[in-house]
Design a protein around this ligand. Structure first.
Ligand SMILES: *Cc1c(COP(=O)(O)O)cnc(C)c1O
Length: 444
């Protein structure tokens, strides 16, 4: 027998009596005294705040099987005019209504295609976030352009438009706005900066499937939208991506930059541009097409649970909550908070360990360092240990000198709680109770 099951009844009773005690505290001297008694942390042998089991997430099933069956009945599995790819892109456009869309092998591929199709040239600068997957900038570097990292908002963890503007130079050609954890960036400000400086605005929506900015689908405000279907994202086909645009000049090129430079929309035959092969085959497209039908309900649930968690955590001492505008819908790919070390009598490691001990799915930090802090950037060793662009004098970028103080501070103080569509509201309330209990214990 699982020892957790053995304990759960006793823990449940203990936890609910604490909750009852707190609820009845007003007007009852006895329970007021009980409530004033701080609950013993699970880390120190007390009862856990989370007694429900983390519900198992079912991510695929009948609809995916149906599409895979249909796919196996085809006599070709090639993407071009393939029925699964066609269905995937039709369904994608219902989520993100952009006329030109191309399926591809990953989110990294989508971003590389976007940068290439936008005409980013050697030596051009592309401003983006230092807290993201490295896939955001892989394509920038492969096109011999220069990622320039700008600082972030303290509680949005997204690009700070004022800092973006400060980092613009005559070489700046694009901004890649990363909607971290699915929280929409300040697109009004970024769009107006892009318009004023004639920059291309690329949206990295890898974590933002189903998110809305105002009422608008994420990806529809910039010039190009890039999505990932990698396994860790909330919809997936194992590995895959979609890149899309409403700009006819860019949109027309998405297909050829994902397909060896061959313009299948035009005459074909000749290789007009230099590109790589980022095609997605029909088996992936079959699974991805089925997953598109799940986006709305997955994100509706995640958004409701994430909002609930924020409501439940409002006013908790020692932590800072993520800032999500009321009018936006965040996909809560994760729920990230920050500790306020000056308001706690413990460090982040102990704080998060105590929350996890309460039974809540909590983990410390996100990526270990901002992108520019990684060895490959610090050594400028992108191409066989060298960076031809710098050797040729086309950039004076020195990643050892880059500083984004807020991003660095975010990574030193952040921790994440899991939100997923399999969770119940009561589970999320108990997660919040875990954080509250630990924060009460350590608040100074
Ligand atoms: C996952 C991710 C990517 C890269 O997507 P892959 O499909 O893994 O290549 C890019 N940007 C962000 C923000 C991501 O989360």
């Amino acid at each position: 027998m699982n020892p957790d099951e053995n304990l759960s009844r006793r823990e449940f009773l203990a936890a609910s009596s604490i909750a009852l005690g707190a609820a009845a505290a007003v007007g009852s001297k006895a329970s007021a005294a009980a409530a004033a008694e701080p609950a013993k942390l699970a880390l120190h042998g007390g009862a856990k705040a989370v007694v429900e089991r983390l519900p198992k997430l079912v991510r695929w099933g009948g609809p995916e099987k149906g599409r895979l069956d249909a796919m196996l009945g085809q006599d070709t599995l090639f993407y071009w005019k393939g029925p699964q790819t066609t269905l995937l892109l039709d369904r994608f456009r219902k989520i993100c209504p952009l006329p030109q869309a191309m399926s591809c092998s990953s989110g990294t591929a989508a971003l590389h295609i976007a940068v290439a199709a936008a005409g980013i040239a050697p030596g051009d600068e592309v401003i983006t976030s230092p807290i993201t997957d490295i896939g955001t900038v892989i394509g920038v570097l492969f096109q011999q352009a220069v990622p320039v990292f700008a600082d972030l908002g303290r509680n949005t963890y997204n690009l700070d438009p004022a800092d973006v503007e400060r980092r613009i130079t005559p070489r700046t050609k694009a901004i890649i706005a990363v909607h971290l954890a699915g929280n929409p960036c300040d697109l009004d400000a970024l769009k107006s900066i892009a318009a004023r400086h004639k920059l291309v605005l690329i949206e990295d929506c890898a974590q933002a499937w189903g998110a809305l900015r105002g009422g608008k689908p994420i990806g529809t405000e910039g010039d190009v939208a890039c999505f990932s279907l990698q396994n860790s994202k909330h919809v997936t086909c194992g590995d895959g991506g979609v890149v899309a645009s409403g700009d006819p000049a860019i949109g027309r090129k998405l297909q050829q930059f994902g397909d060896k430079g061959m313009d299948r929309l035009g005459k074909g035959g000749l290789f007009e541009t230099f590109a790589t092969n980022y095609r997605m085959s029909e088996p992936q497209a079959a699974v991805a097409a089925a997953q598109m039908e799940r986006v709305e309900s997955i994100v509706e649930t995640r958004s409701r649970l994430g909002r609930l968690l924020s409501d439940e955590l409002a006013g908790v001492k020692g932590v800072e909550l993520p800032r999500i505008r009321d009018e936006d819908r965040c996909s809560f790919w994760f729920y990230m908070l920050r500790v306020r070390p000056e308001a706690l009598r413990c460090d982040r490691t102990e704080f998060v360990k105590a929350i996890a001990a309460e039974g809540a799915p909590a983990s410390e930090g996100y990526i270990p360092v901002p992108l520019y802090g990684n060895p490959v950037f610090q050594n400028h060793g992108f191409f066989a240990g060298r960076w031809p662009l710098k050797e040729m004098g086309l950039t004076d970028m020195d990643y050892t000198k880059v500083s984004c103080p807020e991003a660095e501070s975010i990574l030193k103080t952040c921790f994440r709680l899991t939100i997923h569509e399999g969770m119940t509201e009561s589970y999320v309330r108990s997660m919040a109770a875990a954080v509250r209990k630990v924060a009460d214990h350590y608040a100074s």
